[in-house]
Design a protein around this ligand. Sequence first.
Ligand SMILES: Nc1ncnc2c1ncn2[C@@H]1O[C@H](COP(=O)(O)OP(=O)(O)O)[C@@H](O)[C@H]1O
Ligand SMILES: N[C@@H](CC(=O)OP(=O)(O)O)C(=O)O
Length: 414
Amino acid sequence: MKVYKFGGASVKDAESIRNVVRVLKHEGFENTLIIISAMGKMTNAFEKVVHAYYHKSEDLRAEIEVVRDFHIDLVENLFEEKQPILVEIELLFGQLSGFLAKNKTTDYNFIYDQVVGYGELLSTKIISSYLNIAGITNNWIDVRDFIKTDSTYRNASVNWQQTCDNIKTLDTHNLYITQGFLGSNSKSKSTTLGREGSDYSAAIFAFCLNAESVTIWKDVDGVLNADPRYFEKTILLKQISYSEAIEMAFYGASVIHPKTLKPLENKKIPLNVRSFYNLENNGSTVSKGQHLSPEIPCFILKREQILVSISALDFSFMVEHNLSDIFRILHDCKLKVNLIQNSALSFSVCLEDKFNNFDAFLLKITPKYNVTFVNNVSLYTIRHANQNAINLVEKKGTVLLKQATKGTVQLIMQ
Ligand SMILES: Nc1ncnc2c1ncn2[C@@H]1O[C@H](COP(=O)(O)OP(=O)(O)O)[C@@H](O)[C@H]1O
Ligand SMILES: N[C@@H](CC(=O)OP(=O)(O)O)C(=O)O
């Protein structure tokens, strides 16, 4: 069986969904399981619904209307006979309203997971129905009946045994359409696997099905040696080893979700990253034992970082006991550390503040240490670095910090 994944960019409007039909008819869709994300930026829009609901904002109704109107407009553009799918959409919005009306808990992460998943439920209902009309007969399945997780809302861990037992009941001769990003816990409550987690969903199904391959369909030709939004003249990486791809994802290459690669590597399932526009191009293949081809410097950019320098109030050395204290506070504040540099008297970290906890961090740390920080810096990682590649990055601004390990150079730039 093959597993395909269509992300938000590939289903962002009616035209893109027609293109999915073109892709499937060109590539074939026998014995395939298709994972689909929420359309375009709908997960962000659902996050606004959660925010408005949680804060009892008067914007709640308007935020729900944004997502409702988006899907209804899309259906108006896509379908000739709209009535059956409109009924399905109303049903889903009815369920959502029911949850919002009845919910008693104040657990933000729980509420988040019960709400944002409607993006994937809506997109798969609409696309499954459109594919059936376009002659691509398929079975819509609810991924929450298959991927079972713990109850860590917004970052759930997969129960592999139960998940594989469920997935193995699928008939591998069918074409299935299901949701990325979602799972459910032992109480059948929705959970999510972390933002951009649909690639991981594809890897989970592939692992449990012993799939022959996974293909992620993208708006770029494959994995490039840099993000084309920020670098000119990017080059397609045709072959990548799992370990190289894991390193790239770890440093922040957003083209593949970091958790995706390990399950595939364990079963030696190749991962193809291909363009949904340019079907003649074979794209990139991540597989076992491949050398990076072409072997060129690869650039990974993480924006909106904070560079923090910390030293002891009494100018004593920064050694184990204060470092462990600082890490405990970082961990408590859920700040992600992307780079560390230590000297005798000061300790620098490059941080990512996903959950807006930096002010809380400052409150905890400033009574104990001298702290200075620079907001909104960029972290560049160069794999297979050479001097030309370093020069290229250094031209982009002022270097605040530079660190080199074998073949990998990291620069914090302002
Ligand atoms: N190394 C890279 N190679 C290719 N694309 C990259 C890379 N790094 C970042 N990107 C960006 O990833 C985008 C595709 O990912 P994304 O928009 O999240 O797709 P989807 O919604 O389908 O998951 C590309 O348009 C590109 O700007
Ligand atoms: N819709 C989810 C899951 C996902 O993976 O989306 P995408 O494939 O568009 O990155 C998100 O935006 O986080």
